[in-house]
Design a protein around this ligand. Structure first.
Ligand code: SAM
Length: 213
């Protein structure tokens, strides 16, 4: 993603701690208090500009969503979109690195993980940065319940093939694989910003759901 520095982003984010949680480590083990209910919490790592988590939160009011994004100049766009909506009590954003998930979540806090159009990091020496690398799968497994799922969409065939291998090598069970999600697109599919962009170019969208044992 091309990043434009936005000097105002930090202050704007700080002014809205009701959406972008300022001290997420303090919610570890008690996210149900933050949401005021015991509904399941689904997390998207690498939320970008937020279309997916916002769409999912509107579509599924009985699921709580947390979008995690590393860059303040990107998450601030998601924040602006959230503030334009009628209230979305089941959505929060975190401006943190997904590699530190265990600082903010305990086992049982998260019911499901979404990864959408994650950065492919094509060079082998950067493989550990891929959000489907075994190191990240280890983190997700630590936090998800037994049988918890990771749902992944991408336009990038290389990253998709890598992820299929990485997940099966890790012992995960593939429960859904599509090599062209938009032919017979499921009615409840919520498109991300990147998904709209690649779909407009006619590129196939790959999707998988994989389960931990
Ligand atoms: N999911 C969005 C979509 O589909 O439109 C954005 C896709 S964009 C290619 C990937 C996003 O993931 C970027 O905004 C990037 O900053 C974020 N990201 C990458 N690695 C991350 C990490 N370790 N933790 C949090 N966010 C990350």
């Amino acid at each position: 993603m091309r990043l434009r520095h936005k000097p105002w982003a930090e202050d704007y984010i700080k002014a809205h701690p009701e959406v972008v949680i300022a001290d997420p480590e303090s919610r570890k083990g008690k996210w149900h208090e933050e949401f005021g209910n015991t509904n399941p919490v689904h997390v998207e790592v690498g939320t970008g500009k937020g279309a997916f988590v916002i769409g999912m939160a509107r579509q599924n009011p009985h699921i709580n969503y947390i979008g995690i994004e590393l860059y303040d100049s990107v998450i601030v766009v998601a924040l602006e979109k959230v503030l334009e909506q009628e209230s979305l009590p089941n959505l929060r954003l975190l401006n943190v690195n997904g590699k530190d998930l265990t600082e903010y979540f305990d086992k049982g806090d998260i019911g499901q993980v979404y990864l959408n159009f994650s950065d492919p990091w094509p060079k082998t020496r950067h493989a550990k940065r891929r959000l489907t690398h075994a190191n990240f799968l280890t983190l997700y497994k630590e936090l998800l319940p037994e049988g918890g799922e990771v749902h992944f969409k991408t336009d990038n065939r290389g990253l998709f093939e890598y992820s299929l291998m990485s997940m099966t090598d890790f012992g995960m069970k593939l429960v859904f694989v599509s090599l062209d999600l938009h032919t017979n697109e499921p009615e409840d599919n919520v498109r991300t910003e990147y998904e709209e962009k690649f779909a407009a170019k006619g590129q196939p969208i790959y999707r998988l759901e994989a389960k931990f044992n």
